[in-house]
Every structure is written in C-alpha cells, then in structure tokens.
Design a protein around this ligand. Sequence first.
Ligand SMILES: CC(C)(COP(=O)(O)OP(=O)(O)OC[C@H]1O[C@@H](n2cnc3c(N)ncnc32)[C@H](O)[C@@H]1OP(=O)(O)O)[C@@H](O)C(=O)NCCC(=O)NCCS
Length: 171
Amino acid sequence: MSTQITTDRLVLRPVEASDAARIADLVNDPKVYRMVARIPANQTVAQTLAWIAGHTAGREENTKHPYAIVENGELVGVTSAHRDSTWLPFEIGYWLSPDRWGNGLMTEATEALVGWLKQRGERGFVSGYLDDNPASGRVLEKLAFMKADRIKVFCLGRGEMVGHVNMARID
Ligand SMILES: CC(C)(COP(=O)(O)OP(=O)(O)OC[C@H]1O[C@@H](n2cnc3c(N)ncnc32)[C@H](O)[C@@H]1OP(=O)(O)O)[C@@H](O)C(=O)NCCC(=O)NCCS
C-alpha cells in the first residue's frame, strides 16, 4: 500500500485522478516530454486518466508506485517506480515542472522514494537518461546509480530512436 512520504520541502502522495489536468498541462511542455521516453507529445487529459487508472491495481500488486511531488500544496512533478512483475527491479522515472528545475527538488523527491522502497525490502533499482539530458544523469549519479549500458530507445515525444544510458543501483 502506498502512503504519503514527506521530505524537508516536499510531500509525495499517490497520483490521483483529480491530478490529470495538471499533469497533462505540465507534461505538454516539450522541455519535459522530449526528455522522457514514454510520454507522447500532446498527451491529453483522457490519456493521463488512462495512465492513472492502472495505478490502484499496480500498487496492490507492488508493481507501480507513482507519486505526485507536491511543493507548498501544488503538484510540481511526478517520481515513480514501476516494473512488469515483482521479481524484477523497480525502474525509476521522473519529471519536474521546468520552473522548479535547479533547486535539488528531484534529487530530494527521488531519494525519498528509493528510501521508502528500501524500507519495503527492495534492493535493486534501474533507471536511465537520454544522451542529451545530462541533468537527469546527474540526478541519478547523486542517487548512487552507476552506468550500466548504452542503448537506443524510442522516444515517444520525439517520434524517433534516441541514445540512452542505462543506470543501476544495488544496495
Ligand atoms: C531532470 C530533472 C528531473 C532534474 O530536476 P531538478 O530538480 O532540476 O534536479 P536537481 O536539482 O535535483 O539536480 C540536477 C543536477 O543536474 C545538474 N545539471 C543541470 N543541468 C545540467 C547540464 N546541462 N549538464 C550537467 N549537469 C546539469 C545540476 O547542476 C544538478 O547537479 P548538482 O546538484 O551537482 O549541481 C528535470 O530537469 C526534468 O524534469 N527534466 C525533464 C524531464 C526529465 O528529464 N525526466 C527524466 C527522464 S530520464
């Protein structure tokens, strides 16, 4: 069961259907969707609701833990752990509203998420970043992820294959 996680500056709480319009608005910024592999350009509120609809079952199955990052009562981003089955490591993904970049917020939020997963017995985590997104690579480096591989992934928001660095952390 997902619960609320608090940090010095942030509250992380499960994403809810009522967040759909705000999330769709924020991810429609090309500075966000072009840097994330699985968010299309022009994601609609309906598509966002469909994404949120799968979360309840995922939380119960321990395969999806998407958290809204809330700063001063406002949703400013999402940090998420997901996997296809419980015998796999969680994959960590995240995005933040561009007007909040550069303040250490994503490192703070995702460190708290990984800490919460560790308390639940998780020991392995994977993530990664597109070649032209060194800021995300730096977040993962600060969170003790190590480079594991280089691949190409299809970036939905760009509609093309893009170089990607896979990273992993084992505790
Ligand atoms: C990546 C992202 C989440 C970072 O959020 P943030 O809150 O600004 O991250 P933090 O402030 O915690 O850390 C960013 C780090 O990257 C560094 N950085 C920023 N731009 C950089 C660049 N062009 N090259 C290298 N490092 C850079 C910062 O200096 C900081 O490192 P430092 O603390 O050692 O100085 C945010 O930019 C974002 O949402 N981008 C769009 C979506 C995205 O990329 N999601 C991740 C997909 S893998």
